[in-house]
Design a protein around this ligand. Structure first.
Ligand code: AHR
Length: 524
């Protein structure tokens, strides 16, 4: 029996709904096939986008979508993907297999998809092979109300009203595929680009003078990979040094976020050398030791966020610059018979546990983590949706997002669980990961996962500061290797679960390898 304490009176940080975001790169069968089938397709679609996918995204209330990359973003020139379909210039997708894309899915199609799903749009700008002018004009094309050349172009392409642009990233992985830059050099590049993009959106200096009347587009800097603390230190130093806009006006004017990428590989890339990707096991190939190793590796993100946060806090103690984990998730060898450059992988119950661990950790760090986008939405890496022709399946990871969705825009509560360590000597980790939040109506959501592959645990929870009047639980639990396939799409799915009210809280069992969510009704 593990004791679990939830302090209803200890209201911590706001859980930004964008922590539950998704990533949509032009990679493999994500955009073409997974989302975009075209208006003439026999597959039911809404303006060319698969209807089944749109409905599935709405169900989990996807709050934000990042597009068009990834590495692809720093090769992408947005003007090639707007206007009449027959006049669009094709692009060779150089990073991901070299195939030619006809650019039929471009800015207007992406922005329309976001409107259909009801989520925010997060664009990754091309700093690597593009120009500041190109990024500024992209923002103008989307946002301009006045009769500017870019607004005219948008209107000519059939869209009168501006779109809403929630976030704009200036480059991606600038230390690697985004241009092999040093953080010091990038900090200056970022400042210059951010200044002019802010000017185009009416933020920055114009906001200070005009009194902040415009709707803000958040600017996100490309950030460190994994444990590259040097990058964070040097970038934050460069961002803030001698900066009128940072120091006098508040740092959020210069940057709303710094991205962090952390992928969970089954093995260590730094010691494996070349051939690492082809030598990795596929998603459902693991033994007990590898189960724990992978989960321990993913849980390291807790320490990684803590350390990046503490460096950022030296320069930004008010935590106005969010840490945006805009690429994370499992990365395995691609499924046999598929193009290795397309990164198509399956998704098992182990990935559901991995997602549950990460989302609980992100909630706990919601004072600094303001956005995350798991990689990647459909048919690539740790996807929530897989498609094959006109068929679509939801992966175990999708179900975790469904169970956790009520954390969006709620408030983190203080909580503590009595934990055991599980796993072999070289891969020991906490048995339970949890987080608990309260919504505007005063009701709570607690999400817990059990990382033990074979031991269940009973949780005896005490809720301090509120009477719990009702509890409703759901569970995701299956054989650790279980996955959904096109022949058996419901092998792993959410079910109702039994939880009992006790004097001051509740009691619930967490079976081995399970994710449980509990909705608690609070009274007086
Ligand atoms: O998600 C696949 C790739 O991983 C992205 O394009 C890149 O940003 C990262 O290295």
């Amino acid at each position: 029996m593990a004791k679990y304490l939830i302090n209803y009176l200890d209201k911590k940080s706001h859980i930004n709904k964008n922590i539950y975001g998704h990533f949509c790169e032009h990679l493999g069968r994500l955009v073409y096939d997974g989302i975009w089938v075209g208006r003439e397709s026999p597959i039911p679609n809404v303006n060319g986008v698969r209807r089944d996918v749109v409905e599935a995204l709405k169900q989990i209330r996807v709050p934000i979508m990042r597009w068009p990359g990834g590495c692809f973003a720093d090769t992408y020139h947005w003007k090639d993907g707007v206007g009449p379909q027959s006049e669009r210039r094709p692009i060779a997708n150089r990073y991901w297999g070299g195939s030619l894309e006809d650019n039929s899915f471009g800015t207007d199609e992406f922005m329309t998809l976001c409107e259909e799903v009801g989520c925010g749009a997060y664009l990754s700008g091309n700093l690597g092979s593009g120009t500041i002018r190109e990024m500024v004009e992209w923002v103008e094309y989307i946002r301009d109300e006045l009769d500017t050349p870019m607004a005219r172009l948008r209107r000519k392409n059939g869209r009168d009203r501006p779109y809403k642009l929630e976030a704009f990233g200036i480059g991606n992985e600038v230390w690697g595929c985004g241009g092999q830059m040093r953080p010091q050099y990038y900090a200056d590049q970022y400042r210059q680009a951010a200044h002019f993009i802010n000017t185009a959106t009416g933020s920055g200096i114009s906001e200070m003078i005009n009194g902040g009347k415009t709707e803000k587009t958040k600017l996100i800097a490309s950030g460190p990979n994994h444990e590259d603390y040097h990058f964070t230190e040097e970038f934050m130093k460069g961002l803030t040094a001698d900066s009128f806009m940072f120091n006098a006006a508040g740092c959020q004017i210069m940057a709303d976020g710094l991205s962090l990428h952390y992928y969970t590989f089954p093995g260590r890339m730094d010691t494996a050398g070349g051939g690492f990707f082809s030598a990795m096991p596929v998603a459902d190939q693991f033994n007990e030791e590898q189960w724990y190793q992978l989960l321990k590796t993913t849980a390291k993100i807790d320490e990684i966020i803590t350390r990046h946060d503490s460096i950022m806090s030296h320069y930004d103690p008010q935590k106005t610059v969010g840490l945006m984990v805009d690429e994370w998730g499992s990365w395995y060898r691609t499924e046999p018979g598929t193009n290795p450059a397309h990164l198509f992988q399956q998704n098992t119950m182990r990935d559901a546990i991995l997602a549950a661990i990460n989302l609980n950790i992100f909630n706990k760090h919601s004072d600094r983590v303001k956005l995350t986008t798991i990689a990647q939405m459909v048919n690539v890496l740790q996807s929530i949706i897989l498609t094959e022709g006109d068929k679509m399946i939801l992966t175990p990871t999708y179900h975790v997002y469904d169970m956790y969705k009520d954390h969006q825009d709620s408030t983190l509560l203080g909580s503590f669980i009595e934990n055991k360590q599980v796993g072999p000597e070289n891969a020991r980790l906490n048995q339970i990961f949890e987080s608990c939040s309260v919504d505007a109506a005063g009701n709570m959501l607690c999400t817990l996962c059990n990382t033990s592959i074979d031991a269940s645990e009973t949780i005896a929870a005490t809720v301090y500061g509120a009477d719990v009047k009702g509890v409703e639980a759901t569970i995701l639990c299956a054989d650790p290797h279980a996955k959904n396939t096109f022949d058996a799409p419901d092998a792993v799915g959410v079910k109702a679960w039994k939880a009992e009210l006790t004097g001051g809280g509740f009691q619930v069992e967490l079976p081995a390898a399970s994710v449980v969510s509990l909705k608690l009704k609070a009274g007086g």
